[in-house]
Design a protein around this ligand. Structure first.
Ligand SMILES: [Zn+2]
Length: 154
């Protein structure tokens, strides 16, 4: 459980600035994101923060639909890949497709973790662990604050 406890740490994880030559979402500056996001969303998505477990909007959501990036609206996860991990964060065993999310190593807090970020805008989403259910064995541990859920009309 020590790993999960560490995730609750509210300290900011300073993300390195990623430069891009194209004028896409990854080039937007802090003022742009501050005007678009709530302070809580900004802290998590643009500064690598972590929301408190069991406080987010989606950790227990079981509805059918799609989870989008709160910053750029890119589709990231779908509900059929969501599972109850018991951690208090929305957890998925797979992303919506292999291009939606990128990973990079995160060595903050004296841990070796894999950070997950939105491919389109570099938003911090959460971390990836290898203790998820089959068929992938992976666990995408995501902050609700990084996501926007839209229910599928039935
Ligand atoms: Zn995004």
């Amino acid at each position: 459980m020590s790993k999960m406890k560490a995730n609750i740490d509210e300290n900011l994880i300073k993300m390195s600035d990623l430069k891009s030559n194209s004028s896409d979402e990854r080039e937007k500056d802090a003022n742009y994101w501050k005007s678009k996001l709530t302070p809580e969303q900004y802290q998590v998505t643009r500064e690598g923060g972590t929301e408190r477990a069991f406080t987010g909007a989606y950790w227990s959501t079981k509805k059918t639909g799609t989870y989008y990036c709160i910053c750029c609206n890119a589709p990231l996860f779908i509900s059929i890949h969501k599972f109850d991990s018991g951690t208090g964060w929305p957890s998925f065993y797979e992303s919506i497709n292999s291009n939606a999310i990128r990973t990079r190593s995160d060595t903050s807090h004296r841990m070796m973790r894999t950070e997950i970020i939105c491919s389109k805008c570099n938003s911090h989403l959460g971390h990836l662990f290898n203790d998820g259910p089959q068929p992938t064995g992976q666990r995408f541990c995501v902050n609700s604050l990084s996501l926007k859920f839209l229910e599928t009309e039935s």
